[in-house]
Unconditional design. Structure first.
Ligand code: BGC
Length: 763
């Protein structure tokens, strides 16, 4: 097998003639096939496989093609069309070893069709809905010639100051793990080799969401017990679901950068979790080892990273520059290089690229003419998912749903901003394809009512903030200031509002405010918009707030003053239609918060499943010498799991099938849910468990199950949950997962605070 006829590919051949080439007899034996490739590769070719380069960076296209032909590149990212990817694959197949490259991209919450951001998807608490978004993402991305997505992003975030809170699925290990598993399965479909699948590369491993103070790229210092209990489970869930890749985090963990962390990448990931996919560095992370101060130069950085277990370096030249010398000096063994190469080739094998390097690129004659994909968007799916992601936070005096009549005053800088609808990390999404709220309302109203619109305020009037936001990596500045004075804009909006029956104020953050490198010290809606809201309030007209934002905000003013508050996150391509569906009651909102909304920034962290303390704060009985801030109550403004509906639901008491659970056994907890209102609607029944006494301090409660239930007006349904010993396990001081005998409380509610309780004993 010395000649590499196994690929059956000659440069530039069409797919048909490729198929006619002889196949390697080893092709269906993955380990033997890869071993035989490695055996024939030069060191230079091996190191080439470890490079993941960004297209569109400094390297001109011609040079990239040359490098590909020389076998110096293992994979690329940042191209999104078959037309762009085809010549690169053809060049790679002209290399001596004819090893295909893979194409990756940040398909995080949509590829062409943009779905709600991570927090929005999680707000649906509906795994089928979430899976449908993942599947569409995979279908669209693979149809564009992509083989891998840098997703799902499953970093638990409990500090909303962190800008990347928007990308993740919230604060809870159980919910985020369920979503992690769901997303991996949705991306990878039947198999990562399927032409309509993309390989999931779960990120950011690990604990990136716990950066100190919520400041991006900051350190993480965390007890092993907390890591294992709360922060690591979602990554493990993704890996157990078969994620083919892992992207390693930019942060350090207890003093060692993740990219140089042997414990993390070898002991935990490979040995304990059995991961056998490819480990990628994050962007430039290997060079950053020097700035972390653990490597004195590039040579040492490359050595640390390869030895720790980073298989591929992303957007970093150090592997290329330093590994040859490190191998020559014997500091890095060829076995260590081979291990990394094996993982990279293994991932390509699993993607099906050795069987057909063009399986996702297809033939030029079939390339879509519609490069913007307008005709290929999945608008219906996007609208359906976005409808499920919307959370109704307030609805005083049944202000909502609105009638489709009279005059509606639509104000706010986000009411008609296509780019903000998409949210950050919106991949190949095209802003002008997204439906803004203004468009959504117009489409819903037709000629039934009058819609007036005024911007009312800029996102912010702070020039430094505007400059910062426009400095981010977008193609062009996107926070565009209205040159009129704030007073003129507010006056225009107020005059219009006075003539209307209701005000819909669309306020919050620009998408760049909740992004990588966009950490904030404040959770306030920017002052320009606050001033607008206060002026609108004075008109005395019903005030409906439609929030667009990528993190929990401080909503004290909104809660006290608005008649209705609707959290819509950044809701994607069809967001405007979906929000209109909710505002007019064509969709009864059923979203629930996947993250607590604090009362103030000073309260952070505010996650619901906090550990118990010796002097707990007691709701309604604040007092000295208890664990509290004395200026405001403990607990969030809006709790985890919270969200209203246009109908009312009632829960019965909790019924348990038995007062005790035998070892290795289980029991059933059930409630009766009744829709007591006059509209059909869905809600999420949530089950929490609280262990009363254990060998280590345990959280006040932990989510262990949830079920989204749709009921017609007046309908009743029994909702049952199975609880098993497995669900009662936790990480003890020896870092073992154990269930200890004792009393447990079962709490079932429609949010994490208002619950019905039952009790059982684990024998
Ligand atoms: C981010 C990753 C992303 C990568 C490639 C980095 O800056 O941290 O989440 O996947 O860039 O775009």
């Amino acid at each position: 097998m010395k000649r590499l006829f196994m690929l059956g590919l000659m440069a530039g051949l069409s797919l048909q003639s490729i198929a006619a080439e002889p196949r390697s007899p080893l092709l269906d034996d993955k380990p033997a096939f890869i071993a035989s490739l490695i055996e024939q590769m030069t060191l230079e070719e091996k190191i080439g496989q470890l490079r993941l380069i960004s297209i569109g960076g400094d390297m001109p296209r011609e040079r990239i093609l040359d490098e590909l032909k020389a076998g110096h590149i293992g994979g690329t990212f940042n191209t999104v069309t078959r037309h762009d990817n085809r010549p690169m694959q053809q060049a790679a197949l002209r290399s001596r070893m004819k090893i295909p490259i893979f194409f990756a991209y940040d398909v995080v919450h949509g590829h062409r069709t943009i779905f709600p951001i991570g927090l929005g998807l999680a707000s649906s608490w509906d795994l089928d809905t979430i899976a449908s978004s993942g599947r569409v993402q995979a279908i669209e991305a693979s149809a564009d010639g992509l083989d891998m997505t840098f997703a799902p992003m499953v970093d638990i975030s409990r500090d909303p100051r962190w800008g990347r809170t928007s990308e993740g699925f919230g604060e809870d290990p159980y919910l985020v793990s369920e979503i992690a598993r769901t997303m991996v399965q949705a991306y990878q479909g039947q198999s990562p080799a399927a032409p309509d699948s993309v390989t999931a590369s779960v990120k950011h491993f690990a604990l990136y969401g716990a950066v100190e103070g919520g400041r991006d790229y900051n350190v993480v210092d965390m007890s092993p017990m907390r890591m294992h209990q709360d922060y690591l489970p979602p990554y493990q869930a993704a890996i157990d679901a078969g994620a083919g890749g892992v992207m390693v985090a930019l942060n350090s963990i207890n003093g060692v950068p993740a990219s140089a962390n042997t414990w993390l990448l070898q002991d935990l990931l490979r040995r304990d979790w059995g991961f056998d996919g490819v480990a990628l560095s994050d962007h430039g992370a290997i060079s950053e080892l020097m700035r972390h101060g653990v490597a004195k130069d590039g040579r040492e950085a490359a050595k640390l990273a390869i030895k720790a277990g980073i298989d591929m370096s992303m957007a970093d030249s150090l592997y290329r520059e330093e590994l040859p010398g490190l191998v020559a000096s014997g500091e890095v063994g060829i076995g260590e290089i081979d291990t990394a190469v094996r993982e990279v080739l293994g991932a390509k094998y699993d993607m099906g690229l050795f069987h057909d390097p063009f399986r996702r690129i297809g033939l030029a004659k079939d390339d879509p003419v519609d490069v913007n994909a307008e005709s290929r968007l999945h608008r219906e799916a996007a609208r359906a998912v976005a409808r499920e992601s919307i959370v109704l936070l307030e609805n005083k005096g049944q202000t909502l749903p609105l009638q489709k009549r009279g005059t509606i005053a639509l104000v706010g800088p986000l009411a008609d901003s296509p780019v903000d609808m998409m949210g950050s990390w919106s991949a190949a999404g095209v802003a002008k394809q997204s439906v803004t709220l203004r468009q959504g309302l117009l489409d819903a109203l037709g000629d039934k009512a009058v819609l007036r619109h005024a911007r009312g305020a800029n996102i912010t009037d702070d020039p430094h903030m505007v400059e910062y936001l426009n400095f981010l990596n977008w193609d062009k500045p996107e926070v565009v200031q209205d040159s009129r004075s704030p007073e003129t804009m507010v006056a225009e909006a107020v005059a219009m509002a006075k003539q209307a029956d209701v005000i819909v104020a669309t306020v919050g953050e620009s998408r760049g405010m909740s992004h990588e490198a966009s950490s904030r010290t404040s959770l306030q809606i920017p002052k320009s918009q606050q001033a607008l809201l206060k002026a609108l309030k004075k008109t005395g007209k019903p005030l409906v707030l439609v929030l667009m934002n990528g993190r929990p905000l401080d909503l004290n003013w909104a809660k006290a003053n608005a008649d209705a508050v609707v959290e819509t996150w950044f809701s994607g391509t069809e967001g405007g239609h979906a929000i209109a569906d909710v505002l007019f009651g064509d969709q009864n909102p059923a979203g629930k918060l996947p993250i607590s909304f604090p009362r103030s920034v000073g309260q952070i962290p505010t996650y619901y499943n906090h550990l118990r303390v010796g002097r707990p704060y007691v709701e309604g009985k604040p007092g000295n010498y208890t664990s509290q801030y004395f200026e405001e109550p403990n607990g969030p403004l809006y709790p985890f799991g919270y969200g209203l509906s246009y109908t009312d639901f009632e829960l019965s008491e909790v019924r348990l099938s038995s007062p005790s659970m035998p070892r290795g056994g289980g029991l059933e907890a059930s409630v009766t849910l009744k829709n007591t209102g006059s509209r059909d609607g869905a809600t999420v029944v949530q089950l929490y468990v609280r262990g009363e006494v254990a060998s280590v301090i345990r959280p006040v409660k932990e989510l262990k199950g949830f079920r989204k239930v749709f009921l017609k007006a007046g309908e009743t349904r029994e909702v049952r949950f199975k609880l098993e010993e497995q669900d009662l396990k936790f990480v003890n001081a020896q870092l073992e997962r154990v269930a200890e005998p004792g009393v447990f409380e079962v709490q079932i509610g429609l949010d994490s605070e208002q619950v019905k309780r039952g009790q059982f004993t684990l024998l």
